[in-house]
Design a protein around this ligand. Sequence first.
Ligand SMILES: CC(C)(COP(=O)(O)OP(=O)(O)OC[C@H]1O[C@@H](n2cnc3c(N)ncnc32)[C@H](O)[C@@H]1OP(=O)(O)O)[C@@H](O)C(=O)NCCC(=O)NCCS
Length: 146
Amino acid sequence: MRTLQAHLILPPDTNHHGTIFGGKVLAYIDEIAAITSMKHAGGNTVTVSIDSVDFLSSAHVGDILELESMVVYTGKTSITVFVRVTAFHVETGESTLTTESFVTMVAVDENGKPRPVSQVVIETEEQRRLFEQVKLNRALKYMKNK
Ligand SMILES: CC(C)(COP(=O)(O)OP(=O)(O)OC[C@H]1O[C@@H](n2cnc3c(N)ncnc32)[C@H](O)[C@@H]1OP(=O)(O)O)[C@@H](O)C(=O)NCCC(=O)NCCS
């Protein structure tokens, strides 16, 4: 399940260097992860964990921020979404990878209680790699919280 979004970066989205606020990127990431997980769950989901966010390079006012997301892991009620963010530079036609993030969402019923989801279908080598990465991170998180 993939979702694509694009946003033009405007002056109110940026700091005094003219680069986008990290919090703005996080809000976009949370939104696209929610949409992607809702499509997978066929209903409402809530964010339970922003597992990781790596800001790799900055995006500037006038760039087009492009977000791509996909479901990479499912548990019984949880759905982990990978989000990749790139900045498209209009003048050069080039794209730069700016951010990568994993977000875990939980499918909820009308009372806000977790409800089961269907399992993710792995179709590509990239999905397989990301699936294994989430599996390992979950195991490490579980060990730390024990
Ligand atoms: C998400 C929520 C419904 C989970 O309820 P819960 O009673 O803790 O449910 P469970 O313990 O059964 O956990 C449900 C799933 O979430 C996962 N989960 C719970 N806490 C987690 C965490 N910190 N990180 C990753 N996964 C987590 C569990 O592993 C479980 O996954 P699985 O069913 O695939 O095995 C509840 O914690 C909640 O409503 N949180 C607030 C969500 C919200 O408002 N988000 C917006 C933030 S502003």
